[in-house]
Unconditional design. Structure first.
Length: 486
C-alpha cells in the first residue's frame, strides 16, 4: 500500500475523495490528502473544494465579523442596536487598530484559502492533458484570484480611489503552494496585483468547463462576472462592459420578482452566479452578524445587532420587492426597528436559523457593473437598458425610464445601494469612488430617534479605508509591512 502524506490544516477543510465525482461535500474533516492521493480528476476537484470551503470560516463569511455584515456596519447603511451584544462596536465607529485583531480575520483566512487553491496546482502534472485538467487549473486560478481581490480591496487602496492608488503598496500575490511562505515585502503595487488577478481570471474564462452547473463552484458566467467586478474597480470600463455582457449573455436573469424573496429565504438560485454552500451539518452562521431570532412567523423575537436607519429604509419604496426580502420592521422589548433578515433563515427548514448559503456573486451586480461602466463611457442607452431590466424585476408596476446626466448617475448608485444592501458592497462603493462616509446622525428606532453612532463622518483621504494588517500576522512574519497610519 502506498504511503499517504497528510497536511494538517489550520482551518477545517474538505476531505479529498478519490472514489467518484460528486457535488461539494457539506462536512469538514481536518485533513487534506496530498502527494500520492492526487491521481485522478476527482481527487483534484475535492482539493479545490477545500478552497471554496475556506471562505466559510469565521471572519470571512461566517461569525460575528463576517464580510456580509462588517462592510455595511462601517458604512452609512446601518446603525448599531442598543439591544444587541455591541458586536463590532469598534469597527463600526472606525476605532480600529492592528493590535486589537484588525477589523476581521479576512487577511489570514484569505491567504489560508489561497494556499488550498494552490495545493492541487503543485501536483497538476499528475494528470494528462485534457479539458478536465484545464478545468481544474481554471477553478484553482479563479478562486485564488477572487480571494486575492477580496483581500486587496480591503487592505489596499482601490485603483479608482485616488490618483496615487495604482502605484501604492499592494499585497503579496501567492501563486504557488508553500505552507511556510513568508511575505516578499508586499513589493507589488496595487496595479500589479490587479494585473495578476485579471491574468488568472482570463485564463479561467478561457478554460473553465462550460458544463459546470453546480453553483457552489465557479463556472464560466461567474468568472466573466468576476472580471466585470475587477475591471470596474480597476477603472477599465471598456473591459468591464465587454466581460460583463459576456456573462449576462450566458446568464441573463437578475432573479424574477416572483422568485426574488426565495433567493434569500430558500435554496432558490434564480440570478445567482456563484454561492458559498452551507448545510445543517456545517451550520456556518452567516446571519448572526445582524440579528438573532428572525424566524419567519414570530417577528417579535428579533434581537438585532445592527438595524436599518429610518433614512435608508425610506430608500426602499413600498412596491420594491427588496424591502420585504431584506428588512422586517417589528418591535423588540417595545422598541420598533428595521431589522435585516437577508441572511436569517431558510423557510423550508433545511438549515437552522442564520445558517444560509452566501450569494457571492449575482447577475444583478453584473448588470450594475456594466451600467456604471457604460455611463462612464458615455453610453446612456446601454446604462438605461440594463437599469430598466433590473428594475422591472424589483418594482411592481414599473414603467421604463430614460435618464441622462446626473439623474442617470444617481439612479445607478441608488440601485446599487438598494440591490446590494447588506451584501458586502457599500463600504467598497464609497471607497472605490473616493467618497467620504457621511452618516445621518440617526439612532436605531424606526423614527430615527435613539443614540447615533459616535463617528458620523470619515474623509475620503482617511488612512482607515485601508484596514490594518493583523499584528498577529506581522508577529509571525517580520517581513510583512503594515499599512500606513497604524
Amino acid at each position: 500500500m502506498k504511503k499517504i502524506t497528510y497536511i494538517i490544516a489550520t482551518l477545517a477543510v474538505l476531505t479529498v475523495a478519490n472514489s467518484c465525482d460528486r457535488d461539494l461535500d457539506q462536512y469538514s474533516p481536518q485533513k487534506v490528502l496530498t502527494e500520492n492521493s492526487f491521481n485522478d480528476v476527482s481527487s483534484f476537484q475535492s482539493a479545490i473544494n477545500a478552497a471554496y470551503d475556506g471562505m466559510k470560516s469565521s471572519g470571512y463569511f461566517s461569525g460575528d465579523t463576517n464580510q456580509l455584515g462588517v462592510i455595511d456596519e462601517m458604512s452609512d447603511n446601518l446603525v448599531i442596536c442598543p439591544d444587541g451584544r455591541q458586536t463590532n462596536y469598534l469597527a463600526s465607529n472606525w476605532n480600529i487598530a492592528a493590535n486589537v485583531g484588525s477589523v476581521t480575520n479576512l487577511f489570514i483566512l484569505g491567504y489560508q484559502a489561497i494556499s488550498y487553491a494552490n495545493l492541487p496546482l503543485k501536483y497538476i502534472d499528475n494528470l494528462p492533458e485534457s479539458d478536465s485538467k484545464r478545468d481544474i487549473i481554471a477553478q484553482a486560478r479563479a478562486i485564488r484570484a477572487a480571494i486575492h481581490f477580496d483581500i486587496a480591496r480591503a487592505y489596499c487602496k482601490i485603483p479608482t480611489q485616488s490618483s496615487d492608488a495604482g502605484s501604492s503598496m499592494g499585497i503579496d500575490y501567492v501563486d504557488t503552494f508553500d505552507p511556510l511562505l513568508k511575505s516578499e515585502g508586499r513589493k507589488l503595487t496595487v496595479a500589479q496585483v490587479y494585473d495578476k488577478i485579471i491574468e488568472d481570471l482570463l485564463y479561467a474564462a478561457d478554460n473553465i468547463s462550460t458544463s459546470n452547473d453546480n453553483l457552489g463552484r465557479l463556472n464560466k458566467p461567474a468568472v466573466l462576472g468576476l472580471l466585470s467586478r475587477v475591471y470596474l474597480y480597476k477603472g477599465d470600463y471598456d473591459n468591464c462592459i465587454k466581460y460583463g455582457q459576456q456573462s449576462i449573455s450566458l446568464s441573463q436573469s437578475v432573479g424574477s420578482i416572483d422568485n426574488f424573496p426565495e433567493i434569500w429565504s430558500s435554496d432558490n438560485t434564480d440570478g445567482v452566479l456563484f454561492k458559498i454552500l452551507n448545510s445543517s451539518v456545517e451550520s456556518v452562521t452567516t446571519g448572526t452578524v445582524y440579528q438573532q431570532g428572525a424566524t419567519p412567523d414570530v417577528a417579535s423575537q428579533i434581537r438585532s445587532e445592527y438595524v436599518v436607519p429610518k433614512s435608508v429604509n425610506a430608500l426602499f419604496s413600498d412596491n420594491d420587492i427588496r424591502k420585504s426580502a431584506y428588512i422586517r420592521t417589528s418591535a423588540y422589548k417595545g422598541n420598533v426597528r428595521n431589522h435585516v433578515i437577508k441572511w436569517a433563515y431558510n423557510i423550508g427548514g433545511a438549515t437552522p436559523l442564520n445558517v444560509v448559503e452566501v450569494k457571492y456573486l449575482r447577475t444583478a451586480e453584473v448588470y450594475l457593473n456594466v451600467a456604471e461602466a457604460a455611463y462612464k463611457k458615455g453610453n446612456s442607452t446601454l446604462a438605461n437598458q440594463l437599469l430598466n431590466t433590473l428594475k422591472e424585476q424589483r418594482y411592481t408596476g414599473y414603467t421604463d425610464q430614460s435618464l441622462s446626466g446626473d439623474a442617470l448617475w444617481n439612479e445607478i448608485l441608488l440601485q446599487r445601494r438598494l440591490e446590494l444592501a447588506f451584501e458586502n458592497d457599500r463600504f467598497y462603493t464609497l471607497k472605490r469612488l473616493g467618497l467620504p462616509l457621511q452618516r445621518t446622525n440617526e439612532g436605531a428606532n424606526i423614527d430615527g430617534s435613539g443614540v447615533p453612532a459616535i463617528t458620523q463622518s470619515i474623509q475620503a483621504s482617511d488612512y482607515r479605508w485601508q484596514w490594518p494588517i493583523p499584528q498577529s500576522a506581522i508577529n509571525k512574519d517580520s517581513g510583512l509591512p503594515q499599512n500606513s497610519g497604524y
